[in-house]
Design a protein around this ligand. Structure first.
Ligand code: ATP
Ligand code: MG
Length: 219
């Protein structure tokens, strides 16, 4: 791997609710990299009712993908803001079109793919609550907030995402299989994909951190 003396550009892949957000926040804390989450950024625009927010709201509510042209323009601009820092991309790219567009402006060094059984995912979204401003995720029974319905850090309200409704989850998993699966192969072909299997984030995290430790030691 030719990543010596480089600012590490990494990305994380995985099915909806595979724990990308949870693993990402641990990576961000331990390795001080910038977390660039397309889903968090889009939800932020929706919350603030910006032009982009209004344009993309119905896609997110229904669990559909935002069109490539909108997504590519938006995310490449976001990445420009953090171009001199190491970053971890989460939620982008989700199509081969997006992967190609990203590769042209910024080839990534490392791609982490989380592999979690689908039945675990379906179960998990039912009990998922999020703190919108920070993107912090809670799961009742596994990572329960200290006070019901409230964020541990700020005490603000937690919400259930509209796209965590069973119909939307089903739709997101179908799209993932058809459209996002090929993205995994895109990076496999480049020789930079590393897969991590497990049923929970606590099972996956030690494997991820062992791998990243070895990468960061080479930098
Ligand atoms: P989780 O965050 O739990 O892993 P997820 O990956 O499905 O679940 P987000 O990444 O938060 O959720 O994305 C939520 C929604 O935002 C998607 O269903 C889609 O509508 C939109 N979205 C986010 N990233 C992209 C992208 N790269 N291309 C198209 N749409 C996107
Ligand atoms: Mg996410």
């Amino acid at each position: 791997m030719t990543i010596k003396n480089k600012i590490l550009k990494s990305l994380i892949l995985g099915a909806p609710a595979s724990g990308k957000g949870t693993i990402s926040s641990r990576i961000v804390m331990k390795y001080s990299v910038e977390h660039v989450s397309s889903g968090d950024k889009l939800r932020d625009h929706i919350e603030k009712k910006t032009e982009l927010g209004k344009e993309v709201k119905s896609y997110l509510d229904e669990g559909k993908l935002v069109p490539d042209n909108v997504m590519i323009k938006f995310m490449l601009a976001e990445l420009k803001k953090v171009q001199n820092r190491p970053w971890l991309l989460d939620g982008f790219p989700r199509t081969v079109g997006q992967a190609n567009a990203l590769w042209k402006v910024q080839p990534v060094d490392v791609v982490l793919n989380l592999v979690v059984p689908f039945e675990v995912i379906i179960d998990r979204v039912k009990s998922r609550w999020v703190h919108l401003p920070s993107g912090r995720v809670y799961n009742i029974g596994f990572n329960t907030p200290k006070s019901e319905g409230k964020d541990d850090v700020t005490g603000e309200d937690l919400i259930q995402r509209p796209d965590d409704k069973p119909e939307a989850v089903q739709k997101r998993l179908e799209i993932y299989e058809q459209v996002t699966r090929p993205v995994i192969n895109f990076y496999k072909d480049k020789g930079i994909l590393k897969e991590f299997e497990g049923r929970t984030s606590d099972e996956i995290w030690p494997k991820v951190t062992a791998y990243l430790d070895s990468i960061f030691q080479k930098l």
